[in-house]
Write a protein that binds this ligand. Structure first.
Ligand SMILES: [Zn+2]
Length: 442
């Protein structure tokens, strides 16, 4: 049964049940969690204006099919709640020029924290998701949750710059490991000693009196890619090859997190014929052959064994990293090229299994490997085409990420806006602003 049929069946039941109930004339329709036509159309109108899809009363009437009187009434309500404001006049198409509406995006801010194994990055945006300020510093996540959260608060205070008047409407924290999304707790993250099961959400809720969402870092990158492509229904795999390897899965535009938040943890799938020990304790994992830490290990061995190409020269002045290997490969270093090809080959192998299983329309490779450019892309493409079924690759796009260091912040914004205005809006709109109680699963 298709999704639309399911919705239709559900609606029919609803209508039938409603008809069996006595009509209560005094029942207020605008209450918390109400999914009445009145609430649904009000929230839809706020979202149409917020996303720029329809910004004048006539446009809103056309898109929603609602009559002029109803549109006016809903917009007045949305203005009363503080979500919308009247703005400039639009261009006239003959008669009187209609007034445009705009979303009141300055009434709150979003805070995004993106953590990786060796770095923390924080950003603050308005409710349209425009990044106002951001900061980053080197930080070892293995220092544990208490110290890390204290440092994040310090960074956030700096970028908020004494602005305590603007309410925080949402906080998103991306971490480099699996997360139980509903509780906001890391689930046995291999790179984060001391974080397993830690309640990350509560200290942020208490500090900012705002809803808080914790997610895996690759899921944020995946959502950022959805926003960048403006494709709300994408079937997409984002494969990040940094120090480790992870993937984010978008199915018809929704993140697939799995039963325990472990979906997409592709770095530890077993490669046939490999017995290399992995940092997770198992042997033969994908990232033990193709992840950044594995390439660094092999590059160091080649240098120690007397390799004297551009990589060995660069390595005299700085530590070997995946970025350095990528740069050296582009400069023609044969050992570095072989390592990038090795990563492309094993990653392509593992991803092709996902292609056959999941049939994505787009595969994006991001993380430090993206610095290797075409050298990586050509090989990984070839391997995926070789190993996947022709139907699954017929219309596939395989590409590199934009490789922008602010990608995780943009992804965090996308998650916050989705949670606030698509998922939980009916629960909190009557308060005029979201709260931890009404905007997250408790
Ligand atoms: Zn492993």
């Amino acid at each position: 049964m298709s999704f639309s049929t399911l919705v239709l069946v559900g609606t029919c039941h609803f209508i039938r049940d409603m008809q069996e109930l006595p009509v209560m004339a005094t029942m207020s329709t605008l209450h918390f969690g109400a999914q009445t036509d009145e609430v649904t159309s009000l929230l839809r109108i706020v979202n149409l204006v917020r996303t720029g899809e329809a910004t004048t009363r006539p446009e809103i009437g056309k898109v929603t099919g609602l009559g002029r009187g109803v549109v006016t009434q809903r917009i007045d309500q949305a203005i009363q709640y503080g979500f919308l404001r009247d703005s400039d006049f639009a261009a006239s198409s003959g008669g009187r020029a209609p007034r445009t509406l705009r979303f009141h995006s300055e009434q709150g801010v979003l805070i995004i924290c993106a953590l990786s194994a060796q770095r923390i990055r924080v950003g603050v945006t308005d409710l349209d998701g425009n990044l106002q300020k951001h900061a980053q510093r080197k930080w070892d996540i293995a220092q544990g949750p208490e110290k890390t959260i204290k440092e994040l608060f310090k960074q956030i205070d700096t970028i908020l710059d004494q602005d305590t008047a603007t309410a925080v409407w949402g906080v998103v924290i991306g971490i480099p490991g699996p997360v139980d999304f509903e509780s906001g707790r890391p689930a046995a993250p291999p790179l984060m000693p001391g974080w397993n099961g830690y309640d990350i959400r509560t200290p942020f809720e208490q500090r900012f009196d705002s809803p808080v969402w914790v997610d895996n870092d690759v899921n944020l990158l995946t959502l950022g890619e959805r926003a960048r492509r403006r494709d709300a229904n994408a079937d997409l795999i984002y494969c990040k090859i940094g120090s480790g390897i992870g993937a984010g899965l978008l199915s018809k535009g929704s993140i697939h997190r799995g039963a325990n938040g472990a979906a997409g943890d592709i770095g530890h799938v077993r490669l046939p014929d490999s017995t290399t020990p992995c940092r997770c304790g198992k042997i033969g994992c994908l990232e033990a052959a193709g992840g950044g830490w594995a390439l660094v290990r092999d590059a160091q061995q080649a240098i120690d064994a007397g390799s004297d190409g551009p990589l060995a020269t660069l390595a005299k002045k700085q530590p070997v990293t995946l970025e350095l290997i990528s740069i050296a490969a582009q400069a023609g270093d044969p050992d570095a090229i072989a390592l990038i090809q090795q990563s492309a080959s094993v990653a392509g192998e593992a991803v092709s299994t996902l292609v056959n299983l999941f049939n994505p329309g787009v595969i994006v490779f991001g993380g430090a490997i993206a610095s290797a450019g075409e050298l990586f892309l050509a090989d990984v493409r070839q391997r995926i085409y070789e190993r996947s079924m022709p139907l699954a690759t017929r219309d596939i796009t395989i590409t590199l990420s934009v490789n922008d260091e602010l990608e995780p912040l943009h992804g965090g914004v996308e998650l916050a806006l989705e949670q606030l205005f698509d998922v939980t809006f009916p629960r909190w709109f009557a308060d005029g602003r979201p709260s931890p109680e009404r905007s997250t699963v408790r």
